[in-house]
Write a protein that binds this ligand. Structure first.
Ligand SMILES: [Zn+2]
Length: 140
Protein backbone atom coordinates (compact mmCIF):
# COMPACT_ATOMS: atom_id res chain seq x y z
CA UNK A 1 0.00 0.00 0.00
CA UNK A 2 1.30 3.41 -0.92
CA UNK A 3 1.65 5.75 2.05
CA UNK A 4 1.23 9.36 1.20
CA UNK A 5 2.86 12.05 3.29
CA UNK A 6 1.78 15.63 3.49
CA UNK A 7 4.17 18.28 2.32
CA UNK A 8 6.54 19.18 5.10
CA UNK A 9 6.78 22.93 5.29
CA UNK A 10 9.92 22.67 7.45
CA UNK A 11 12.40 20.57 5.46
CA UNK A 12 15.12 21.31 8.02
CA UNK A 13 13.05 20.10 10.97
CA UNK A 14 13.95 17.15 13.17
CA UNK A 15 10.83 15.34 11.89
CA UNK A 16 11.83 15.85 8.26
CA UNK A 17 15.31 14.43 8.85
CA UNK A 18 13.91 11.56 10.90
CA UNK A 19 11.60 10.72 7.99
CA UNK A 20 14.55 10.91 5.56
CA UNK A 21 16.68 8.65 7.81
CA UNK A 22 13.80 6.17 8.07
CA UNK A 23 13.38 6.14 4.28
CA UNK A 24 17.12 5.66 3.79
CA UNK A 25 17.16 2.78 6.27
CA UNK A 26 14.13 1.20 4.62
CA UNK A 27 15.85 1.52 1.26
CA UNK A 28 19.06 -0.09 2.58
CA UNK A 29 17.31 -3.01 4.23
CA UNK A 30 14.42 -3.69 1.86
CA UNK A 31 15.53 -2.91 -1.66
CA UNK A 32 17.84 -5.46 -3.19
CA UNK A 33 19.00 -3.03 -5.88
CA UNK A 34 19.90 -0.47 -3.23
CA UNK A 35 22.33 -2.68 -1.33
CA UNK A 36 25.89 -1.54 -1.03
CA UNK A 37 27.92 -2.48 -4.11
CA UNK A 38 30.89 -3.40 -1.89
CA UNK A 39 34.27 -1.90 -1.09
CA UNK A 40 35.34 -1.83 -4.73
CA UNK A 41 33.07 1.14 -5.20
CA UNK A 42 34.57 3.26 -2.45
CA UNK A 43 36.16 6.32 -4.00
CA UNK A 44 39.77 7.27 -3.34
CA UNK A 45 38.84 10.32 -1.27
CA UNK A 46 35.86 11.20 0.89
CA UNK A 47 35.14 14.14 3.13
CA UNK A 48 34.79 12.95 6.71
CA UNK A 49 32.40 14.95 8.86
CA UNK A 50 32.12 15.29 12.60
CA UNK A 51 30.46 17.67 14.96
CA UNK A 52 31.72 19.10 18.23
CA UNK A 53 29.11 21.01 20.20
CA UNK A 54 27.27 22.89 17.44
CA UNK A 55 30.20 23.21 15.04
CA UNK A 56 30.72 21.06 11.99
CA UNK A 57 34.23 19.92 11.15
CA UNK A 58 35.46 18.16 8.06
CA UNK A 59 38.55 17.07 6.24
CA UNK A 60 39.45 15.18 3.14
CA UNK A 61 40.30 11.59 3.90
CA UNK A 62 42.05 8.95 1.85
CA UNK A 63 39.59 6.05 1.89
CA UNK A 64 42.34 3.47 2.20
CA UNK A 65 42.97 4.89 5.69
CA UNK A 66 39.44 4.20 6.89
CA UNK A 67 40.57 0.80 8.10
CA UNK A 68 37.51 -1.20 7.15
CA UNK A 69 37.03 -3.80 4.47
CA UNK A 70 33.34 -3.03 4.44
CA UNK A 71 31.97 -0.43 2.09
CA UNK A 72 31.67 2.98 3.65
CA UNK A 73 28.28 4.64 3.47
CA UNK A 74 28.52 8.13 2.05
CA UNK A 75 26.41 10.78 0.38
CA UNK A 76 27.35 12.37 -2.90
CA UNK A 77 26.86 15.86 -4.17
CA UNK A 78 27.57 16.92 -7.71
CA UNK A 79 26.80 20.35 -9.02
CA UNK A 80 27.83 22.89 -11.59
CA UNK A 81 31.28 24.09 -10.54
CA UNK A 82 30.70 27.55 -11.91
CA UNK A 83 33.64 29.86 -12.29
CA UNK A 84 37.30 28.95 -11.86
CA UNK A 85 37.34 30.31 -8.31
CA UNK A 86 34.96 27.65 -7.08
CA UNK A 87 36.01 25.79 -3.94
CA UNK A 88 37.89 22.65 -4.93
CA UNK A 89 40.87 20.52 -4.07
CA UNK A 90 44.01 21.06 -6.10
CA UNK A 91 47.58 19.85 -5.79
CA UNK A 92 48.41 23.05 -3.92
CA UNK A 93 45.79 22.64 -1.18
CA UNK A 94 45.47 18.84 -0.99
CA UNK A 95 47.70 18.52 2.10
CA UNK A 96 45.71 21.27 3.83
CA UNK A 97 42.39 19.60 2.95
CA UNK A 98 43.69 16.28 4.30
CA UNK A 99 44.26 18.05 7.60
CA UNK A 100 41.13 20.16 7.70
CA UNK A 101 38.53 21.81 5.51
CA UNK A 102 37.27 24.87 7.34
CA UNK A 103 33.50 24.53 7.33
CA UNK A 104 32.70 28.24 7.27
CA UNK A 105 35.00 28.73 4.27
CA UNK A 106 32.90 26.33 2.19
CA UNK A 107 30.36 27.90 -0.17
CA UNK A 108 26.77 27.73 1.19
CA UNK A 109 25.81 24.87 -1.16
CA UNK A 110 28.65 22.70 0.16
CA UNK A 111 27.92 23.70 3.77
CA UNK A 112 24.34 22.52 3.19
CA UNK A 113 25.64 19.24 1.72
CA UNK A 114 27.79 18.67 4.82
CA UNK A 115 24.92 19.42 7.20
CA UNK A 116 22.39 17.28 5.33
CA UNK A 117 24.86 14.38 5.14
CA UNK A 118 25.47 14.59 8.89
CA UNK A 119 21.77 14.86 9.70
CA UNK A 120 21.05 11.82 7.52
CA UNK A 121 23.29 9.88 9.89
CA UNK A 122 26.15 9.56 7.41
CA UNK A 123 29.71 10.62 8.25
CA UNK A 124 31.21 10.71 4.76
CA UNK A 125 30.47 12.84 1.73
CA UNK A 126 31.81 12.78 -1.82
CA UNK A 127 31.77 16.08 -3.68
CA UNK A 128 33.33 15.94 -7.11
CA UNK A 129 35.08 19.32 -6.96
CA UNK A 130 36.62 18.49 -3.60
CA UNK A 131 37.29 14.75 -3.88
CA UNK A 132 38.16 14.27 -7.53
CA UNK A 133 40.13 17.25 -8.73
CA UNK A 134 43.64 17.08 -10.08
CA UNK A 135 45.36 15.55 -7.08
CA UNK A 136 48.92 14.57 -6.35
CA UNK A 137 50.07 11.58 -8.34
CA UNK A 138 51.10 9.62 -5.26
CA UNK A 139 47.44 9.39 -4.30
CA UNK A 140 46.25 8.36 -7.77
ZN1 LIG B 1 15.99 1.81 -2.37
Amino acid sequence: MLRLHGINTRPDSHEAFQSARDSLEHCRTSHLKCQSPGPGYTPRFLISIWKIDDAYHCRLQLCSTLGSAEAVSYATSSYCWGNAHQFRTTTSNLDRHLESIVFHQLPPTLQDAVVVTYKLGLRYLWIDAVCKSSLKEEYL
